[in-house]
Design a protein around this ligand. Structure first.
Ligand code: ADP
Ligand code: MG
Length: 323
């Protein structure tokens, strides 16, 4: 279908997605043609990722449309952040049960509010009828050789996480809507995760490996360990817990949510201890919130200890769609 066909599908794209953002100078063919055409600034490497959100699986049925729009983009920008990349463009493949105008207005408002906050431009997509599902592909950039993978951790590296953990997962255990200000904070973390793009770029020169925490710290740190061929010990009493989380759930539940809950969209990275002074400086300069939670070791596997050094059992692994 061409954009000159006045079909309902075209109207929907035109009304909610096309012409919603300024067209960057590097985008010579925007939404409306068979494909987008963009310049890829000379020396940079392209960084690409895709993530899908399905109704009932990635968000509860009562999730507000604006939160779904925000989060569909946020989870992708979080992947770019974990590579140390800068975010530039995205595409949107949307499957909708009906063309509900109120839903589309809210969805697109949530989507574009995050997009504009980070200067990323929608360059195309696809719109079909079907069960509610949103697939976004995000395009980012790094200087050649500076992307941070999962495989670079060495034995004896320090392990850090940004922000606080377990908040979003705690919101999922609550009702449909918050009933006090602590729950409000937790719902905000579930519905409006902040992709750590600036932090990811700032950490790239220091980190030996990095990942974003989508499936739970234990599972995602586990990916770094497996890919890097090292193990780790993490002190569960050092896991950063928000005041809101601690107000809403018991300490044991808070720890479990922080370890295995998922949906945090914080960064987890490893770093040689020699880089610690540079990291402290970075934290002072950028206001980055971060916590050292443990260290890597030659022995494979993840071990948990508490503040007394006693070992703690790992109760479950993170989210797996096919487990
Ligand atoms: P085609 O039939 O050639 O695939 P479409 O009719 O699907 O074209 O789309 C027309 C234009 O609208 C294309 O530029 C496409 O990228 C864009 N588009 C379609 N759906 C969306 C959407 N949900 N968000 C942004 N752009 C979209
Ligand atoms: Mg199409």
């Amino acid at each position: 279908m061409g954009m000159d066909t006045p079909s309902p599908e075209f109207r929907l794209i035109q009304d909610y997605f096309a012409d919603r953002q300024a067209i960057p100078a590097t985008l010579s063919v925007p939404i409306g043609d068979d494909a987008a055409v963009l310049d890829w600034a000379g020396e940079r490497q392209l960084v690409v990722c895709t993530d899908t959100l399905n109704a009932g699986i990635h968000f509860p049925d009562h999730a507000p449309a604006s939160a779904i729009g925000w989060k569909a983009l946020a989870v992708n920008l979080s992947d770019l952040a974990a590579m140390g990349a800068e975010a530039r463009y995205f595409t949107l493949a949307l499957s909708l049960p009906t063309a509900d105008k109120d839903w589309l207005r809210e969805f697109s408002t949530g989507l574009f509010s995050l997009a504009n906050e980070h200067g990323v431009t929608l360059i195309g997509g696809d719109t079909t009828r079907g069960p509610l599902s949103i697939t976004i592909t995000a395009l980012g950039a790094v200087s050649p050789g500076t992307a941070v993978g999962r495989d670079g951790a060495g034995p004896g590296d320090l392990i850090y996480v940004s922000g606080t953990l377990g908040d979003a997962a705690a919101a999922l255990t609550l009702g449909a809507a918050p009933v006090d200000e602590h729950q409000q904070v937790l719902f905000e973390r579930l519905y409006r995760p902040r992709p750590r793009l600036a932090w990811g770029q700032a950490l790239a020169p220091l980190a030996s490996a990095m990942i974003d925490i989508s499936d739970g710290l234990a599972a995602d740190l586990g990916h770094i360990l497996a890919r890097s061929g090292v193990g780790a010990t993490v002190d569960v009493d050092r896991l950063p817990l928000s005041p809101a989380l601690q107000a809403v759930v018991e300490p044991a539940a808070a720890r479990r949510l922080a370890l295995n809950g998922g949906d945090d969209y914080e960064l987890c990275w490893t770093m040689p201890s020699a880089a610690a002074p540079a990291l402290q400086q970075l934290a002072r300069d950028s206001g980055m919130i971060m916590t050292e939670i443990g260290h890597t070791e030659p022995t494979p596997g993840l071990r948990l200890i508490d503040r007394t050094g006693q070992s703690i059992a790992i109760e479950q692994q993170g989210w797996d769609h096919f487990a």
